[in-house]
Design a binder for this molecule. Structure first.
Ligand SMILES: Nc1ncnc2c1ncn2[C@@H]1O[C@H](COP(=O)(O)OP(=O)(O)OP(=O)(O)O)[C@@H](O)[C@H]1O
Ligand SMILES: [Mg+2]
Length: 112
């Protein structure tokens, strides 16, 4: 199992969420973060305005997925989150040791 953390533009979240649901991806954690990438201090667009600030609000999506679904879900996120402008975001992938569904006690990929 893998953890995908995608940090994307706030305004692309609805698009990404719809695309993820269409690909059968249901469970997710979503939060708002402030971050920066390579263009520290360089102007970036946010909700139609140009900002020149250190940290820019972004949406952070965390998904735990089965290994076999990883590549597809990454592609879905890239295609639905991309504008082609700087600040489109990043995807981080890491291993997940165990998942347990509390209600049933199922473990591993079945619990995802
Ligand atoms: N190395 C990193 N570690 C953790 N979070 C990061 C990292 N790089 C980017 N982020 C997060 O992702 C957000 C979007 O990053 P961003 O898309 O600007 O990356 P970038 O490397 O500058 O790429 P681009 O040149 O396309 O803008 C940042 O605001 C920050 O929240
Ligand atoms: Mg950037």
């Amino acid at each position: 199992m893998k953890r995908i953390i995608a940090v994307i533009r706030d305004e692309m979240f609805d698009n990404v969420k719809t695309a993820l649901l269409k690909s059968g991806c249901e469970g997710m954690n979503v939060s708002t973060v402030k971050g920066r990438g390579h263009q520290m201090g360089i102007k970036e667009s946010y909700r139609g305005s140009r900002f020149c600030v250190d940290l820019i609000p972004k949406t952070r999506i965390e998904l735990i997925v089965k290994e076999e679904d990883l590549d597809n879900i990454i592609n879905v996120i890239i295609e639905s989150a991309r504008t082609g402008e700087v600040g489109d975001g990043k995807i981080f992938v890491s291993d997940v040791e165990e998942v347990i569904r509390i209600r049933t006690g199922e473990k591993g990929p079945d619990a995802v």
